[in-house]
Design a protein around this ligand. Structure first.
Ligand SMILES: [Ca+2]
Ligand SMILES: [Ca+2]
Ligand SMILES: [Ca+2]
Length: 172
C-alpha cells in the first residue's frame, strides 16, 4: 500500500512538472503546444508588424504544422465569425503571417527563422503575386487559408513567442 501511495505521489509530481502548467505566456497571449500567440487588434504594414512583434520579444507567426495552422484558423474564425461575408473590409479581419517572397519571387520563406515552408495551407489559386504581392496573410475571405498580399497594406497580425524558453519570461 505504501508503495502504491509513493507511486501516486510520483505520478502527481510528474503531472505538475509538465510544461503546460508553467508556460511563459503572458496575460492576453494564447497558449497552444509550444508557443504563445498574440492576435494584434492594431493594424500595421508587414514591416511595421514585424517590428512590433520583435519589440515584444516575439516574431510574426510562422506556421510549421497542420495542427498549428488549424489552431490559428479556428481561433480567427471564432473572433471574426462573418469574415468571409461579402462587403466585409478584409483589412479588418485578415492577419499577417511571418513569411514573404521578397528575396526570391515565388519562393516563400519564414523570415525570422530563415526557413523554407515545410507545411503550406494556401487558399486555392494562391499565391498569385497579383499586383506584386509578397507578404503572407491569413485571409478572412478565404476562410483563413493563406494568401499573398502587398506588404504595405495596414493589417492585423499575429505574434508568436516560444512558450518554454529557459529562464526567459516571454513578451515582458
Ligand atoms: Ca510556429
Ligand atoms: Ca510575390
Ligand atoms: Ca494573392
Amino acid at each position: 500500500m505504501t508503495q502504491l501511495y509513493f507511486l501516486l505521489l510520483v505520478v502527481l509530481l510528474a503531472e505538475q512538472g509538465r510544461p503546460q502548467g508553467t508556460n511563459n505566456c503572458r496575460t492576453g497571449w494564447k497558449f497552444f503546444q509550444e508557443s504563445c500567440y498574440h492576435f494584434g487588434s492594431q493594424k500595421a504594414t508587414w514591416p511595421e508588424a514585424e517590428a512590433y512583434c520583435w519589440s515584444m520579444n516575439s516574431r510574426l507567426v510562422e506556421i510549421e504544422t497542420e495542427a498549428e495552422s488549424n489552431y490559428l484558423e479556428s481561433q480567427l474564425r471564432t473572433i471574426h465569425q462573418h469574415a468571409s461575408d461579402s462587403g466585409v473590409d478584409q483589412n479588418e479581419v485578415s492577419y499577417w503571417l511571418g513569411g514573404n517572397d521578397i528575396e526570391i519571387e515565388g519562393v516563400f520563406k519564414w523570415v525570422k527563422s530563415d526557413q523554407p515552408l515545410t507545411y503550406a495551407d494556401w487558399s486555392p489559386g494562391q499565391p498569385d503575386d497579383a499586383n506584386g504581392e509578397d507578404c503572407m496573410e491569413l485571409r478572412g475571405a478565404f476562410q483563413y487559408h493563406w494568401n499573398d498580399l502587398p506588404c504595405n497594406i495596414p493589417h492585423h497580425f499575429i505574434c508568436e513567442a516560444a512558450a518554454f524558453e529557459a529562464n526567459t519570461i516571454i513578451g515582458k
